[in-house]
Every structure is written in structure tokens, then in C-alpha cells.
Design a protein around this ligand. Structure first.
Ligand code: ADP
Ligand code: MG
Length: 357
């Protein structure tokens, strides 16, 4: 799939209108290239329900996520292939956050009759690409017409051994807090895209130059769920003590982990991984990149806690970084700045940064 120039717009070009094809014709066009690969997918698209073989000695994980145009995505700069990929990724990320393996999805779309069939084919191309990459099957869905914008709802099935399922609320005092990848990039990407849109709205001749921002644009438009981290846990025989995926910013997720777990933690400012492009964008917007990492959303990295013994096994991996430790609830959730001073960390971020936001 093309990713070199993620920004662009082909969402509303008029080719064949969806209304001309009818529901069944549309479903056929969108789903004819789908092939099933999971041995557990007995029957996919084409009957009243998909048929899935349950795994032996395993539990089923089930989750769903809905994306609405104008709220979760903007078709003026979101290529539909990327949107399809992202819609699948955010669901896969939820299964990863339970330490599970994703297996099947269903895709329901609400779309106006004026929308082009070719544009929807782009959406499905992105979803098929994601399914291939994550090794999952698209086994069904629903199609309805919508009067106000596009809606995409994906449900996902996954599997895990019962004793390996990882919840949010089970971190223990003295555990090490880790994060996969780096933070704040998706938020920086969104700001760059919105700045470009504004420039274009003010002057339709203006062509925003997005060179040099590729990393953050890709992180916003085409986030990858961290199935690799779950694979690493399996090969190293590690079960995290608690885990959550970062969809709303580190501070908010840290609060979920601690409030649900009745413990607290200390997060170290100097350990929070932030990419140089994020720093450049923050500089241009005259704010702190730490604000993006703490309060920006949509990074879809994993935040997890490990026992000290398990942490030793993977501490040299470049896929994850130690960012703090779990302490007793009476310490409160805090942020240790570079000078070693502790500050309370609210769910929205560190108060010391809010003046800069
Ligand atoms: P029903 O009326 O029984 O719900 P539909 O005509 O809606 O059946 O769907 C026919 C088949 O196509 C079903 O297997 C359904 O899961 C699948 N399907 C419908 N819409 C979509 C879609 N947008 N994407 C993928 N599969 C779809
Ligand atoms: Mg239906």
C-alpha cells in the first residue's frame, strides 16, 4: 500500500454512485476479493452469520469500535485506504491490550448514496491490507445508508489462554511501568494535517509542504497495532501484570491503570520516548512535546506493567521503554521532572505543562 505521501483527498470524487449499485451489488463489489486464512473461520461472508471454531482451552476476546466522519476522521485529508487500515488497527490494538491474538473482524458501514463505489473500494483495500498484515479474517458486516457523513463500525474477535489474559487493574506495587514505541506522534500529525487544511481553506492555490513530517503523518493516518509486542511476550514467556492501549494520551491511561488497580505510580519525564519530528512540530506550535505525549491521543502504543523479574528478560529490547514504577496508592500518581522533583499527574497531563498548551 502507498504510504510515502499519506495526505491527499480522494474521498468524494464522483465515479459510480453507491445508490446506483444497490445494497447487494455494493456488498458483492466490496467483498469479492476477501479470502479467509484463519483455520478457525469456518464460514465468512455470504450467510446470515459467520461461523467460527472456538479454540481449545482458550477464552474469546470480543471488542468493538466506531468511527464517525467529522468526529474521528476528516475526509478532506484522510486517504480512504489509510482510514480502512486505521479502523482495523484500532480494533486489533484493543485485543493486543488484553494480551490476546486477533482472529476475525466484521465491518459495518453507513454511507450516503452519493458516495462513490470506487472510494469505498479504496476503504476496503486498506482494510484487506490490514487484515493480511495482522493475519485476521473479515467475516461479515452490514451496510446501511446514512444522511450525514460516513460511519464505520468494526467488531473484532480474538483469543487468549485464560491465564494469560491481561487486565487493566492488576498492577502490583514495585512493578516496572513500560511503554512500547514513542508517544505524541499521532497528535503532532493531526496538528500538521489541520494546519495544512486551514492553509488550503484560506488559499485554495496553496499546497501545504508536508516533506519532513512523514513520520508523524503516518502515525496519525495509519497507526500500527503492536502485535509484535504480544509476540515478544509469548516468546519470552512473559505475562504483563496489567496492560492498556494508549488511545487517549499517557496521563489518562496511567490513571485508568492506577485507579482500577488501587495503586499509584511515578512516571519519569526523562524516560518518556518522543520522536524528533514530534519535537520539531511542538516547536512550531510553540508548545511542549511532553504535552502531546501526555495528553495527545491515538498513539495506539501499549502501556504495561511487568514484574521486576520479567522486566529483566526484555529490558534490552528496543521495542519498549521503562518509564516508571508502581508505588502504593498513598503516594498518589506523580510525574518526576528532569530535576527529580515530583508533581501530581492529573488525567489531563502535568499541571506544569498546562500553561503552555
Ligand atoms: P442480512 O440481511 O442477513 O443481514 P446482508 O445482506 O446484510 O445480510 O449481508 C449479506 C452478507 O454480506 C452477510 O454475510 C454479511 O455479513 C455480509 N456483509 C454485509 N455488509 C457488509 C460489509 N459492509 N462488509 C462486509 N461484509 C458485509
Ligand atoms: Mg445485514
Amino acid at each position: 500500500m502507498e504510504t510515502e505521501n499519506p495526505a491527499g483527498s480522494y474521498g468524494k470524487q464522483a465515479y459510480t454512485q453507491v445508490g446506483k449499485l444497490g445494497e447487494f451489488g455494493l456488498i458483492k463489489r466490496l467483498t469479492e476479493k476477501i479470502i479467509l486464512k484463519q483455520p478457525s473461520s469456518i464460514k465468512g461472508i455470504g450467510d446470515d452469520a459467520a461461523v467460527i471454531e472456538p479454540g481449545k482451552d482458550e477464552v474469546i476476546l470480543f471488542s468493538t469500535d466506531m468511527l464517525a466522519e467529522g468526529i474521528h476522521f476528516d475526509l478532506t485529508y484522510t486517504p480512504l485506504q489509510h482510514l480502512g487500515y486505521k479502523a482495523v488497527s484500532v480494533n486489533v490494538s484493543d485485543i493486543c491490550a488484553m494480551n490476546g491474538i486477533p482472529t476475525q473482524i466484521t465491518v459495518s458501514i453507513g454511507v450516503s448514496n452519493q458516495f462513490s463505489v470506487e472510494a469505498l473500494e479504496e476503504l476496503y483495500k486498506g482494510m484487506r491490507f490490514a487484515c493480511e498484515e495482522y493475519g485476521i479474517d473479515l467475516v461479515g458486516g452490514d451496510t446501511i445508508s446514512s444522511h450525514s457523513g460516513m460511519v464505520i463500525s468494526i467488531s473484532i474477535l480474538g483469543r487468549a489462554k485464560k491465564e494469560e489474559v491481561t487486565y487493566r487493574n492488576t498492577a502490583q506495587v514495585d512493578d516496572i511501568v513500560c511503554v512500547s514505541g514513542d508517544l505524541g506522534a499521532a497528535c503532532a500529525g493531526l496538528l500538521v494535517l489541520n494546519r495544512g487544511k486551514e492553509m488550503f481553506n484560506n488559499d485554495p492555490e496553496a499546497k501545504p509542504d508536508l516533506t519532513g513530517y512523514e513520520y508523524v503523518l503516518k502515525r496519525q493516518l495509519m497507526p500500527q497495532a503492536r502485535v509484535d509486542i504480544i509476540g515478544l511476550f509469548k516468546t519470552e514467556h512473559i505475562v504483563p501484570t496489567a496492560m492498556i492501549d494508549i488511545s487517549d494520551g499517557l496521563s489518562s491511561e496511567v490513571h485508568h491503570l492506577c485507579e482500577d488497580g488501587k495503586i499509584a505510580c511515578i512516571i519519569d519525564e526523562e524516560r518518556i520516548p518522543i520522536n524528533d519530528v514530534v519535537k520539531k512540530v511542538a516547536d512550531e506550535f510553540k508548545t511542549s512535546p511532553m504535552a502531546y505525549a501526555l495528553s495527545g491521543g491515538e498513539d495506539y502504543e501499549l502501556l504495561f506493567t511487568l514484574s521486576k523479574k520479567d522486566f529483566e528478560k526484555i529490558k534490552n529490547s528496543d521495542k519498549l521503554k521503562r518509564i516508571g514504577e508502581i508505588v502504593t496508592a498513598s503516594h498518589g500518581i506523580s510525574f518526576r521532572d528532569r530535576a527529580g522533583k515530583l508533581h501530581p499527574l492529573s488525567a489531563k497531563g502535568w499541571d506544569g505543562l498546562q500553561g503552555e498548551n
